[in-house]
Design a protein around this ligand. Sequence first.
Ligand SMILES: Nc1nc2c(ncn2[C@@H]2O[C@H](COP(=O)(O)OP(=O)(O)O)[C@@H](O)[C@H]2O)c(=O)[nH]1
Ligand SMILES: [Mg+2]
Length: 215
Amino acid sequence: MKKKIKNKNILIFNQEVSYYSAAAKPSDFPDINVPEVCFAGKSNVGKSSLINAICNRRSLARTSNTPGRTQIIHFYNVQNKLLMSDLPGYGYAKASKDKIKNWTKLIENYFINRKNLFRVFLLIDSRRGIKNNDQTLMHLLNTIGVNFQCILTKSDKVTENFLINIYNETKLQIKNYASAYPEIIVSSSKKNIGIDKMHICLNLIANINESKNND
Ligand SMILES: Nc1nc2c(ncn2[C@@H]2O[C@H](COP(=O)(O)OP(=O)(O)O)[C@@H](O)[C@H]2O)c(=O)[nH]1
Ligand SMILES: [Mg+2]
């Protein structure tokens, strides 16, 4: 049974989050006027697991050990107050050129066209830190002018010292980007670390935009 979390920060997440839709092309993007955030990053970095942890659900977003399979954006509706999307991952070694091209087209379209997109959560594996393809995405977001915030995932898999180093290194690297949100969130979907912070963040985004929605 789904356990209720006693925490005021969860507010919008205290009720069920529902699957909304999937998009393989821009014409499939949902037409819903609520603030939106997305989860981006390499295949296998923990995007779907983080969405599940945030929603306090085990398998709302499909998690997998086989990276790079889907080229689809999945949308989740949080009480008609916030839309969260799970972007297809990148950096999949066996991906064909065609697949990469399709991915790039879909993702660029997404970033450019989602007018309510408030923030991109860019997930970075705590064991690996920022890699070239993460930099490419940061550069794209910076150029388009979309805000992003880094999340260091799977923090349960590294020692505290290692984590501190990766954290500091990440902090240094994002200084190059005007679109980067300065605070980095450390998370573990397995150990429920950083989920509270995500709830605070997402509640703020869901509520901050009320006046904009009434335009
Ligand atoms: N130890 C640990 N494993 C995780 C964590 N988050 C995800 N994983 C595992 O990493 C794999 C990929 O996760 P998934 O959420 O599907 O990644 P995605 O491809 O980015 O959506 C799965 O086997 C997850 O169980 C975490 O915080 N800690
Ligand atoms: Mg996934």
